[in-house]
Design a protein around this ligand. Sequence first.
Ligand SMILES: [Zn+2]
Length: 135
Amino acid sequence: MSFYKLTHRDYFEALKEGRLMGLKCRECGAYTAPPKVCCDGCGGTGVETVQLSGKGVIKTFTVIRVAPEGLEAPYIVAMAELEEGPWIMGNILDVDPDKAGMDLIGKKVAVDHKVLPPLNYTSGEGVAPVFKIIS
Ligand SMILES: [Zn+2]
């Protein structure tokens, strides 16, 4: 039995299948994503696994121009506030990083994913959130 109601492995497996999972607190009602041992709202452990809408709004972003080994720059890393409240990090692939400007902030997005190849410093293939601009 894990301390985690929702493990990172299950979170990323679901993401790969197109579902964004999170935790909902039975005590304060706050949502937590990516998964943690306790609630982001109150620190309580009375959390249960729920599927999130996968919709959010871009709150901030940066353009990476020097990539970690195995990845190619430039690319955009953004933080989106989900409809349920938590902020998650992800890439924006459908915008040219050289043209990314402040107008990205406030854009509505849907959470998708991309599969990352195994890298020297990872244990096999990975999966990462991607934000698709919807309006
Ligand atoms: Zn709570």
